[in-house]
Design a protein around this ligand. Structure first.
Ligand SMILES: CC(=O)SCCNC(=O)CCNC(=O)[C@H](O)C(C)(C)COP(=O)(O)OP(=O)(O)OC[C@H]1O[C@@H](n2cnc3c(N)ncnc32)[C@H](O)[C@@H]1OP(=O)(O)O
Ligand SMILES: CC(=O)C(=O)O
Length: 539
């Protein structure tokens, strides 16, 4: 049996059935292009019988010069009581002019009686007529046997009869669906194995994640003989989602030795996953397997000490294979190894025998005990390390700041900040207004520095988060402020902690600006270092 497995992506159809997902035609076109570069074999673009957006997508997708994927349109078997030629859904598929149709039909006798309310015989005819009609128009037909596993468990003879009808009508693929997502991998394996001996048509698998087993179930099906896997990017989809192709692809390719896409395409996996979550406006968890920011991030000192000796000690694959990268976090759980790793990453001249690493670690642990959190504030950590190594030039010092917040009966609340800075021996006063006190302070600080550092105009805050550290102290509680900043090329995060939210914000703001300004001189040495590191990673 061949070890080639075809990938069928349904992000643009089943993925959009997920709560909170709504893609514009433009979004769908962009994602289709990206899926093609990843090398998926089929892109299910939508259900043309459902809505105008999907019809427009099929019109526009023709303009894309797809290199790898075939576009397929989705629909159901014909409605009961009519001829296939009269069925709007089937005809809408033909109108899209795609070369591949994917239609679903009923496999579960319970569904035939309850959902479409017809006879078991008519359902068999609906499957046969619909596939035959599409085949007569020259299309490749993928038949999705909806609820196949539930159907098989309830009435195996009938479930098998439905897919035999699909085979008789000329279906090119029979895809067994765990539509309700309730099956176990052992059941999937057994049933797929039996189906593969009962039909000669190529078999595929389509699973849902209601028991968090969609990936495992897809792999079990492949092991049992399925050669097409349907799923979505990042597991988007109805209810708990579809099988996540972002995990399935590397599992098939790197663990089970099946061939789906090229190595170069596999190295695009992280990029594609993040691209789709960005367009779909969904935040994926950092610990998403293979592609999450934390998938190869090491925090515990013991782990970092070991990966520096050999990455394989705590990494199951070379992260670059899927386009991800190794990271080391520094926190209260760090040992000297974490600091050494970071110092090397920053090209800081470090004597490993000195007491420096120990002192830095002690300082970090003390600060984390006070409420700082450096793993989410890489830029503040870098400034702290550079300072400890005497490599941090003071670009300004604060003389004072004042903030005025005023509200009167018939006026909205207004905020103004006045800062007094010493910039290379020159005293600078600046006042600015803002939507709130932190915004006013940010504006005043930037304006005060603009004359000395014009590049500051390119930097802006992209996120501002406040977290109460000791809730029991109510309004006197200590808070942690995390700020994310960006320029046109980079994003960085800084932290501040205080009982006073303005003071905590000030610390994070100052770190943000310092990092943004010193960062400009850093790129080359860091790039060199990164190259060096990549060369070292060799499992
Ligand atoms: C498992 C899956 O993910 S299947 C895909 C599910 N996705 C969607 O439903 C999204 C797109 N759907 C839609 O836009 C609409 O539901 C449409 C346009 C397809 C149909 O809309 P309507 O004609 O208003 O019907 P409605 O949605 O209320 O009901 C579905 C009808 O399809 C019938 N039906 C369901 N499955 C099948 C099937 N495999 N073959 C034939 N008919 C079917 C049902 O019996 C029902 O018909 P009835 O009202 O005569 O009982
Ligand atoms: C076809 C399909 O989406 C399902 O059965 O889940």
């Amino acid at each position: 049996m061949t070890n080639v497995v075809k990938l069928f992506d349904t992000t643009l159809r089943d993925g959009t059935q997920g709560e909170g997902i709504s893609l514009s035609v433009e979004d769908k076109i962009k994602i289709a292009g990206k899926l093609d570069t990843l090398g998926v074999h089929y892109i299910e673009g939508g259900w043309p019988g459902s809505n105008h957006k999907d019809i427009e997508f099929f019109n526009r997708v023709k303009e894309l010069d797809l290199k790898n994927a075939k576009v397929t349109a989705f629909g159901s078997t014909r409605r009961k009581g009519i001829k296939a030629e009269e069925d709007i859904n089937l005809n809408r598929i033909l109108e899209t002019q795609v070369s591949v149709a994917t239609i679903f039909g009923k496999s579960w006798d319970f569904h035939v009686h309850k959902a479409i309310q017809t006879t078991l015989e008519e359902n068999l005819e609906m499957i046969y007529d619909s596939i035959k009609y599409l085949k007569s128009k020259g299309l490749e037909v993928i038949y999705d046997a909806e609820h196949f596993f539930d159907g098989y468990k309830n009435n195996p003879e009938y479930a098998l009869a439905t897919i035999q009808k699909a085979e008789d009508a000329g279906a090119d693929w029979i895809v067994l669906c765990d539509t309700n997502g309730g099956s176990m991998p052992s059941e999937i394996f057994e049933i797929v194995r039996k189906v593969c001996t009962a039909v000669s048509t190529s078999v595929g698998i389509h699973t849902h994640n209601d028991c968090e087993l969609a990936v495992a179930n897809s792999l079990a099906a492949v092991k049992a003989g399925a050669r097409q896997v349907q799923g979505t990017m990042n597991g988007l989809g109805e209810r708990c989602g579809n099988a996540n192709l972002i995990s399935i692809i590397p599992n098939l390719q790197l663990k089970l030795n099946y061939q789906c896409i090229t190595d170069e395409q596999l190295s695009q996996l992280t990029n594609v996953s993040r691209y789709v979550s960005e367009i779909a406006n969904i935040n994926m968890p950092v610990n998403q397997p293979y592609v999450g920011a934390a998938a190869f991030a090491h925090k515990g000192g013991i782990h970092v000490s070991a990966i520096m000796k050999h990455p394989k000690t705590y990494e199951h694959i070379v992260p670059e294979l899927v386009g991800n990268k190794q990271r080391v976090l520094v926190s209260e759980l760090a040992g000297q190894s974490n600091v050494i790793f970071k110092a090397e990453e920053l090209n800081l001249d470090f004597d490993k025998e000195s007491a420096q690493a120990k002192k830095i670690i002690d300082d970090i642990k003390t600060l984390e005990h006070q409420g700082y959190q450096f793993e989410g504030a890489d830029a503040s950590l870098e400034l702290l390390l550079r300072k400890a190594f005497g490599e941090l030039e003071e670009i300004f010092t604060l003389e004072s700041f004042k903030i005025l917040v005023a509200k009167s009966k018939d006026r909205p609340v207004a905020s103004e900040a006045i800062v007094k800075l010493n910039v290379h021996g020159e005293l600078v006063y600046m006042a600015a207004e803002g939507t709130g006190p932190v915004n006013a302070l940010d504006n005043a600080l930037r304006r005060a520095l603009e004359k000395f550092y014009p590049e500051i105009k390119n930097m802006h805050l992209s996120d501002y988060k406040v977290r109460v550290i000791d809730e029991k102290d109510a309004t006197a509680a200590k808070v942690r402020v995390l700020i994310e900043s960006s320029d046109f090329e980079n994003t960085w995060s800084t932290v501040g902690v205080s009982e006073n939210i303005i003071e905590a914000s000030w610390q994070a703001l100052v770190d943000s600006i310092r990092y943004g300004l010193i960062g400009k001189n850093r790129t080359t040495s860091e790039e060199n270092n990164q190259q060096k590191k990549l060369g070292l990673i060799n499992h």
